[in-house]
Ligand binder design. Structure first.
Ligand SMILES: [Zn+2]
Length: 467
């Protein structure tokens, strides 16, 4: 393929790129098409390396696409929830209905009786936004093989929740009971490609052999077309790596209310490093972040170690992260999506420390970004817009001092999988043909990032998306 009139850099003349196989083989002004060569006219629009989403949950995202949204912003009160469930429930078929994103602000602590009124016949289960609670209707319980008064060692019995239909922390049990089939990734991959995304890092902490093999199968049948760096449990083995699919960091999940033993955490970090894998520590609160940085310093930091979210920090914490040499993978779009709730729930000090970006960049910390889809918007352009503007959905400013400039914005998703927030990958002769062609020239890109559309996405020379 020959891409002509490509704007590689703002203020430079356009060039043409010739792609053969998986690579860019020529890059110069005025290349002429060869006989039979496919030509794509970028029409002076910006062309940049394919984006990498540094933190996503592919399987949960695929499941969410097949699910009914049961919480804000789509559904905000009991009447709306009842209506959407009843409509879906009345459709043909008797397969499972799955709801996601429930929050008690919608209709309180709803239970099986409440759900039965909306969906009397089809089996239904609804997941709380925290991921920690499933609520079933009676048909759902029946489909699981659970009946009133039957003693067993299922978690409903242990949690005495059969009558309510409410099941806490039973995710793995439910999955096993439902047959454990993992969702197809065609639609997820298609959507990501439409945003110009050619690579992702799956950040699910439980990823192990089963998930890795599923990604490999989905890639082999052409459903999953992005390169994937698979983070996850200690069970992942770097020796499994294959083209387009690599094993990444060991994910360590911290919860302030239930912090793990400090020495055991250090031992996990050391063990991960010895097996050739960096670590990625999930930390949202300041306490979690301090625990993470202290443990990493005690265990020893290696290249590739990173902090996921780093949602609440102080200037002192930013300096500690810098001194430790850690990268940060942030979610700027949460400022837009959740900003109104933050502004009403947090103190002024906390708000000042929320999802810092410029503070980190100015201190010399590498800052990459990931959607955290399905828990955040998968569109990286809206995420970059939020990092540029720091506006909530309601239009209020949150952290004006944390706005990023163009160079830092491009590094959020333009950096390589192994180095979130590092230098942007480069379109040059010999480089992998991972790229996207936008619908506008560089001069207009930063005027309205959220409106950017992608006309063409190539992943290793293959067309992943063509608008
Ligand atoms: Zn996540």
């Amino acid at each position: 393929m020959l891409i002509i009139n490509a704007g590689l850099h703002a203020g430079h003349h356009c060039v043409a790129l010739r792609i053969e196989g998986e690579h860019i083989v020529e890059l110069a002004p005025g290349l002429r098409p060869r006989a039979g060569e496919e030509v794509f006219d970028a029409a002076t629009a910006a062309v940049l390396p394919g984006l990498h989403d540094h933190h996503i949950h592919l399987l949960a995202y695929a499941a969410a696409l097949e699910s009914v949204a049961c919480g804000p912003p789509q559904v905000s009160d009991a009447a709306a929830l009842f209506k959407v469930l009843a409509e879906q429930g009345a459709r043909a078929g008797n397969g499972w209905m799955r709801g996601v994103g429930y929050h008690e602000s919608v209709a309180g602590d709803i239970d099986r009786v409440w759900l039965d009124r909306a969906v009397p016949e089809r089996p239904l289960r609804i997941q709380h936004r925290s991921g920690q609670l499933w609520i079933f209707n009676s048909a759902g319980l029946q489909r699981l093989g659970i009946r009133d008064g039957v003693a067993g060692d299922d978690p409903f019995e242990r949690h005495a929740g059969v009558a309510s239909g409410r099941l806490y922390a039973g995710d793995a049990w439910v999955r096993e009971r439902l047959g454990g089939r993992m969702p197809a990734l065609d639609e997820v991959s298609r959507r990501l490609a439409s945003f110009g995304i050619t690579g992702v890092t799956d950040a699910s902490p439980d990823n192990a052999l089963g998930e890795f093999l599923h990604f490999a199968d989905e890639a082999a049948r052409g459903a999953l077309r992005q390169d994937v760096l698979v983070m996850g449990s200690a069970a992942l083995d770097p020796a499994w790596c294959q083209p387009g699919l690599a094993v990444g960091a060991t994910k360590i999940h911290l919860r302030e209310s239930d912090l793990p033993d400090f020495d055991a955490t250090c031992a996990r970090i050391v063990h991960s490093h010895q097996s050739g894998r960096p670590v990625a520590v999930h930390c949202v609160t300041l306490t979690e972040l301090m625990f993470a940085v202290t443990a990493l310093q005690a265990a020893g930091v290696r290249a590739g170690d990173r902090l996921e979210h780093a949602a609440l920090t102080t200037p002192e914490a930013v300096a500690l992260v810098r001194d430790a040499g850690l990268a940060v993978v942030t979610q700027p779009h949460f400022v837009f999506e959740r900003g109104e709730a933050y502004l009403s729930a947090l103190t002024a000090d906390e708000i000042a420390g929320l999802y810092r970006a410029r503070s980190f960049v100015s201190a010399g910390v590498a800052v990459g970004a990931g959607s955290d889809a399905p828990y955040g918007d998968a569109n990286p352009w809206r995420s970059m817009a939020a990092a540029q503007q720091r506006r909530t959905r309601g239009g209020r400013m949150l952290g004006a001092d944390e706005r990023l400039d163009a160079a830092a914005l491009l590094r959020l998703y333009g950096s390589s999988a192994q180095h979130p927030g590092g230098e942007c990958r480069c379109l040059q002769v010999g480089a992998k043909a991972d790229l996207c062609v936008l619908d506008r020239a560089w001069g207009a890109v930063f005027e309205d990032l959220a409106a950017v559309r992608v006309r063409l996405t190539l992943g290793r020379g293959r067309v992943l998306h063509a608008a």
